[in-house]
Design a protein around this ligand. Structure first.
Ligand code: CO
Length: 458
């Protein structure tokens, strides 16, 4: 029996434990070994990596991808895409989504995992269509959550529709690490019965259920699991690669992983982990087991964001109040799964509700847009009083929001003029305008200095 491993240390573990602050120079030297270790794929791009590269690391995210691709020649490179939201927090017009996917594949991505926070498939159809056209492996991801309105049948239906859309595999995405082993077993079994595609399980160790959940998913027939190299595993990240490999091997599964190389990879990341611990960016809190998440259903990334957000506001003592407010805001919004961007939206609104001392005294722009239907169909009923309070007599939209958006690529390219060196720059700018602009300026400055230097040399 075979089981495949996707290594998440470069993306999800990096994002969940240290807010995606690992610069490429940290991990570039180990990529060759990672390429030979026998992984099915390396998740290395998308999610928050793009934003973090531009905003904090002064790195061109496209350049990062190309550099990774130049070393990783055998193992598939994987990215996470939020459907019509791409890597940002709002919906983009179709021409942007299509260009982004085309460029991601051109620059080295092999597998694109595509999800919508609300499981509204209208929000992934264009991304799936373009990714199929570009020849990528398209993985449709079902955002897993529990609520009074989410049933096994819902998820099976979603997977069936993703198969119809042309996806090549199905990922069950348990971003909060709340899925238990029995739930995983039942869900994988049910989806396997209904669709012919390989099934991937993605979870987090937040609540400590992760390894059991992955094991039962594999027993039910999941072909692939997401894990992180052990020193950057556990807590809000994924279960450990080596431990899952070891346990599954004992049970007769062949992962194809090279144990000697796994050890070398882990030894390589140890000092990097230590560096982030010393700088205070890696806290014991995200590494621990937090069973409250079973109550709050707060994903790993969201938990660490809430902590740093409250710290920044000097309100760390309010963490428990905010965590208790999160499920209430979520119920008001018709139980959206807590995943980017809805996790941020719910998190910020819950924080405001607590800090203002009055619920919905102010309502964030994002929640207003959500109530207008701009993020898609809510899974359940939205609190009508809240909707009325925010929208007044305005009617929420029922169409796919992107149908209302004007194309942006050409217009933006014109606006940017020589500031954008290529189509990738235009996409970076559309995704994160202010951040990208600053990045372009810094790049220009650097280039000017290099030119001066070269002239002097002559
Ligand atoms: Co995740």
């Amino acid at each position: 029996m075979k089981v495949q491993f996707t290594e998440t240390v470069l993306r999800d573990a990096n994002q969940s434990l240290i807010a995606t602050r690992m610069p490429i120079d940290d991990f570039l030297p180990i990529l060759e070994k990672m390429d030979q270790a026998g992984y099915y794929s390396l998740e290395c791009w998308g999610g928050a990596t793009f934003d973090s590269c531009l905003r904090y690391l002064n790195e061109d995210p496209w350049e990062r991808l190309r550099k990774i691709k130049s070393v990783v020649k055998n193992t598939k490179l994987q990215m996470l895409l939020r459907g019509q939201n791409m890597l940002g927090y709002k919906h983009y017009p179709d021409d942007v989504v299509r260009a982004f996917i085309r460029k991601a594949v051109e620059n080295g991505i092999d597998i694109i995992r595509i999800f919508d926070a609300l499981n509204d498939l209208r929000n992934i159809e264009v991304a799936v269509d373009e990714a199929v056209k570009c020849g990528a492996h398209v993985q449709g991801a079902v955002s897993y959550t529990t609520s009074p309105i989410h049933t096994l049948e819902n998820y099976v239906e979603l997977a069936k529709n993703m198969e119809k859309m042309g996806c090549h595999s199905i990922c069950i995405k348990d971003m909060a690490g709340i899925m238990g082993p029995q739930e995983a077993y039942d869900l994988v079994s049910a989806i396997k019965k209904a669709v012919k595609l390989p099934i991937v399980l993605h979870t987090h160790s937040t609540t400590g259920l992760g390894p059991m959940t992955l094991l039962k998913a594999v027993e039910a027939g999941a072909t692939t699991i997401d894990t992180a190299i052990s020193c950057l595993s556990g807590g809000t990240a994924q279960p450990a690669t080596e431990s899952m490999h070891y346990g599954l091997k004992q049970m007769g599964y062949d992962s194809g992983l090279n144990e000697k190389l796994l050890k070398e990879i882990n030894d390589f990341f140890r000092p990097i982990k230590a560096k982030f611990e010393e700088s205070g960016q890696l806290t014991t809190y995200v590494l621990g087991t937090e069973t409250d998440a079973l109550v709050y259903q707060v994903p790993g990334g969201m938990l660490s964001n809430l902590i740093s957000q409250l710290k920044g506001l000097g309100a760390s003592d309010k963490l428990n109040d905010v965590l208790a407010e999160v499920p209430k805001v979520r119920a008001d919004l018709g139980y959206p799964p807590l995943v980017t961007p809805s996790s941020q939206m719910v998190g910020v609104q819950a924080t405001q509700n607590v800090l203002m001392g009055e619920r919905y005294k102010t309502v964030t722009k994002e929640i207003q847009a959500y109530l207008r239907g701009e993020y898609g169909r809510a899974p359940g009923e939205i609190n009508k009083d809240l909707q009325k309070k925010v929208l007044g007599d305005e009617q929420p939209i029922t169409c796919r929001f992107a149908d209302l958006l004007e194309p942006m690529m050409e217009k933006t390219a014109k606006e940017l003029g020589s500031k954008a060196k290529n189509e990738e720059d235009v996409l970076s700018y559309i995704a994160f305008p202010q951040v990208a602009e600053k990045f372009f300026e810094a790049r220009e400055e650097k280039e000017r200095n290099t030119v001066k230097y070269t002239i002097k040399e002559i």
